[in-house]
Design a protein around this ligand. Structure first.
Ligand code: UDP
Ligand code: MG
Length: 314
């Protein structure tokens, strides 16, 4: 048995028929210069509708270190990377897009940071050449909001191009929640981090399958799983409405029947009724907010996150 450390390279694949052999050639070139490590390359075919599977199998016949996981349908990149992490054997794994947008030649730098003691090495994107304006603005807004409301800090432009140490992989594998954003979960875990900056390449073949709506859904999912704010807003709103309409109603009631101030008597019965109704709506919203707290509590219990994460226990 070799004493070399094993590094697993995990590549989610969705309709990348033109990229796969190119991508593999690049990876192969880089890893053959790193002879002090063993590598396995795990392709996770996320229900591609093209011939990506044939391309991968062709390579698999030629190279013994290729692993292949094929999904029964498209489950999304988050699930694909998760499956790769679940099934990798390495002392560390590197997640990398198969569309050549993540520069393969930085793999040695990731490994070096890992050898220097980092347990998570995060690829940080500098500029994404050829990205649409909407996507750019969307991502700025997304990170602004999520850093306001989420309990953990999410670094803008931190990508899925990451290296994870074995202890992080093992901890990651304890997550059971279904609605997930891989990088947010990794951020949640903590551990010592290091960063590698890169400039994303343009896509040569195929199209980015993360369109606006898919990203929007992912963003909403991460808001929901990382924060209670959306649930609490109803409660805050209800409290505000109840307070304002309650004091207005109280003021009018006192003015009309006790102090008989002329101002209070200017309100017609219909107006008083309106204030009463608004007051009741406020109470309902407040109850919704209260219920949200209970739901949040249940949500916290059912996603069943580890309650703490240990680095060393000896
Ligand atoms: N991908 C996947 N499942 C999907 C969509 C994408 O596995 O449903 C893969 C895709 O093959 C690529 C990576 O995830 O390797 C990034 O996808 P894409 O280029 O569409 O996203 P972007 O570069 O815009 O973040
Ligand atoms: Mg891409």
């Amino acid at each position: 048995m070799s004493q070399k450390k094993l590094i697993s390279i995990i590549c989610p694949v969705y309709n990348e028929e033109e990229n796969i052999s190119l991508f593999h050639a690049e990876v192969q070139r880089v890893i053959s210069s790193l002879s002090e490590y063993d590598f396995e390359i795990i392709f996770v075919n996320d229900g591609s509708e093209d011939v990506s599977d044939r391309e991968i199998k062709k390579l698999k016949d030629l190279y013994p270190n290729i692993g292949y996981i094929e999904f029964s349908r498209n489950f999304g990149k988050e699930m694909a990377t998760t499956a790769g992490i679940h099934n990798c054997q390495g002392d560390a794994c590197i997640m990398i897009d198969a569309d050549l947008q993540h520069p393969v030649e930085l793999i040695p730098e990731f490994i070096q940071k890992w050898e220097e003691g980092a347990e998570v090495v995060v690829g940080v994107r500098k500029i994404n050449s050829g990205e649409g304006l909407i996507k750019k603005i969307g991502s700025i807004v997304f990170y602004k909001i999520i850093n306001r409301i989420a309990e953990i800090k999410v670094l803008p432009n931190a990508t899925d191009y990451r290296l994870l140490d074995r202890i992080v992989i093992d901890e990651f594998n304890r997550f059971t929640e279904a609605n997930r954003m891989t990088r947010a979960l990794i951020d949640w875990l903590g551990f010592r981090r290091a960063y590698v900056e890169f400039k994303a390449n343009e896509r040569i073949h195929g199209v980015a399958s993360y369109n606006f709506w898919k990203l929007f859904r992912l963003a909403v999912n991460s808001f929901i799983s990382l924060s209670l704010l959306p649930l609490k807003i109803a409660g805050y709103l209800g409290t505000l409405i109840t307070l304002v309409s309650g004091s207005a109603g109280f003021y009018i009631l006192l003015g009309k029947y006790f102090f008989r101030t002329p101002f209070a008597s200017t309100f017609s019965d219909a107006e008083n009724l309106a204030i009463l109704l608004v007051f009741l709506v406020g109470i309902i919203l407040m109850s919704v907010g209260l219920m949200a707290l209970y739901i949040a509590n249940i949500h916290g219990e059912v996603i069943n996150r580890p309650i703490y994460v240990v680095r060393k226990n000896k």
